[in-house]
Design a protein around this ligand. Structure first.
Ligand code: GLN
Length: 475
């Protein structure tokens, strides 16, 4: 049995048209049948079925079903699930098993979600194509010669291929939105601090957010409502009250909605079909009564430079803990403490992770700190101010999620800078910490998915999802 979304599945579960055990069994079978897609790093074959049976028993015994009762989910492998391997798609964490649950995971479990397994990703969430995984690349379900995007490429592919109904990803500079766009799913990066980062392995701590990949906006809203909220284990999580996202979505009316369209998001180099399709969606909203306002985000050209200075600085510090002593992989070649560190890190990290650690330590070094790191922090402030200015005049900001449709496997692996530029449209919202999402805008003439990105003011997730639902409705 296939289901259009969680809402459909939930109704059938509660009406006893099917059982959690049957549904989870189907998902596990599909995951096995599609093992060549390389979406999962570990599959919870036994524990998922066990949990499904427990949920069925709970319902039979007259228990109250949780808000996510029987929702089959996949979890990006940089989020801690107690007792399960946690690899971050890196050799350096091979053999490591998580000893606790991330707060988001605890909250999902408390509402009766079921976890199918841990999902492939770029190593330590560094990448835009999922090709930086120690476990190998993931194919795009819409064209298996192309990438699914990254770093949450496995999570987007899982939802697109129905190997999970909803998947968790993480977004530091676009890692939920860009793969969502490449795989024709919804991908939401909430406001920084909206969801606790406790149990999310840190990459760029002042950017990282757990995000949601789903088929539609209602499922994303539901899962967000469960995970969001203050957590005493994460000092950067927000006390801002959690919205009733369902009603916030319902309250969004297209009539009079002010959509800001930044000229910088439609450069001449933009793929022409992407430009036409995104514009087409926005014009469809205008025909329904929305107002399109040309706006400017003049600092956009500096986004990639500022992002790669700030996040590599944070990454170089965050990844210092992987030293061969505390977690996972230890080189057998070591003769003394120092060579144990060096060899474990040399053999344990992939090329992109090493590149970023080197870049990060360089921009933080005494001689260059002011020139690079401090400057980039100042640029960060400029981004925030310019978004504030723009968002005083418009309700949401819209543009393409990515400058082009999914590219071919191997196309950009030889040119890191070109790979970094894949995130040119997603990085700015991460620099400012505001929420943003990608919603499907249709398929181009080659049948490849194109995503439309919406960004808005802090904690406006409900409104963004409401606007995105209208966009999905125009397709
Ligand atoms: N592709 C970007 C990077 O490589 C974004 C990654 C992310 O959001 N985790 O840093």
């Amino acid at each position: 049995m296939r289901f259009s979304s969680y809402h459909d599945l939930r109704r059938k579960l509660l009406d006893r048209e099917t059982t959690c055990e049957a549904v989870v069994g189907d998902y596990l079978e599909r995951i096995r049948d599609n093992a060549d897609m390389n979406v999962y790093i570990s599959v919870f074959s036994d524990t998922a079925l066990e949990r499904a049976r427990e949920l069925d028993q709970k319902l039979d015994a007259g228990g109250q079903p949780g808000r996510l009762f029987g929702l089959p989910m996949g979890i990006k492998d940089n989020i801690a699930v107690e007792g399960a391997p946690l690899t971050c798609a890196s050799r350096i964490l091979s053999g490591y098993t998580s000893v606790y649950n991330a707060t988001a995971i605890d909250r999902l479990l408390a509402e009766d979600a079921v976890f199918l397994g841990k999902i492939n990703m770029d190593e330590f969430a560094m990448g835009s194509s999922n090709e930086n995984s120690f476990f190998g690349a993931v194919a795009n379900p819409h064209d298996n010669t192309r990438v699914p995007g990254g770093s949450s490429g496995g999570s987007a592919a899982a939802v697109a291929a129905d190997l999970a109904m909803v998947a968790l990803g993480s977004d530091t500079g676009g890692s939920v939105r860009q793969p969502a766009g490449f795989c024709n799913t919804v991908g939401l990066k909430p406001t920084y601090g909206r969801i606790s980062r406790y149990g999310l392995v840190a990459f760029g701590s002042s950017f990282d957010q757990i995000g949601i990949l789903s088929r539609d906006c209602d499922d994303a809203a539901l899962v967000l409502g469960v995970m969001a909220g203050f957590d005493s284990a994460d000092a950067t999580s927000s006390h801002h009250p959690v919205g009733d996202y369902g009603s916030e979505m319902d309250a969004v009316s297209v009539k009079g909605l002010r959509i800001g369209v930044p000229g910088e998001y439609f450069p001449e180099t933009l793929n022409s079909e992407v430009a036409a399709m995104v514009t087409g969606r926005l014009e469809a909203l205008r025909d329904m009564g929305a107002e399109l306002h040309e706006i400017t985000l003049p600092q956009s050209d500096y986004a990639i430079a500022a992002y790669y200075i700030l996040t590599t600085a944070e990454a170089s510090s965050n990844l210092a803990r992987f030293d061969g002593a505390r977690y996972g992989y230890r080189s057998p070649e070591a003769e003394d403490l120092s060579s144990m560190y060096v060899n474990s890190r040399t053999e344990g990290f992939g090329a992109e992770v090493k590149r970023r650690i080197m870049l990060g330590t360089y921009v933080l070094s005494a001689g260059y700190y002011d020139t690079y790191y401090k400057k980039a922090q100042q640029v960060r402030r400029v981004f925030l101010d310019s978004y504030k200015k723009a968002l005083a005049k418009v309700d949401v900001i819209a543009g393409p999620t990515s400058p082009y449709p999914p590219f071919g496997l191997g196309d950009k692996t030889g040119n890191p800078l070109d790979m970094y530029l894949a995130d040119v449209f997603t990085v700015p919202a991460s620099i400012a910490g505001i929420p943003a999402l990608s919603v499907p805008a249709g398929f181009d003439s080659s049948g490849l998915p194109v995503g439309l990105q919406l960004a808005g003011d802090f904690f406006s997730e409900g409104r963004l999802l409401g606007v995105a639902r209208h966009i999905q409705g125009t397709l």
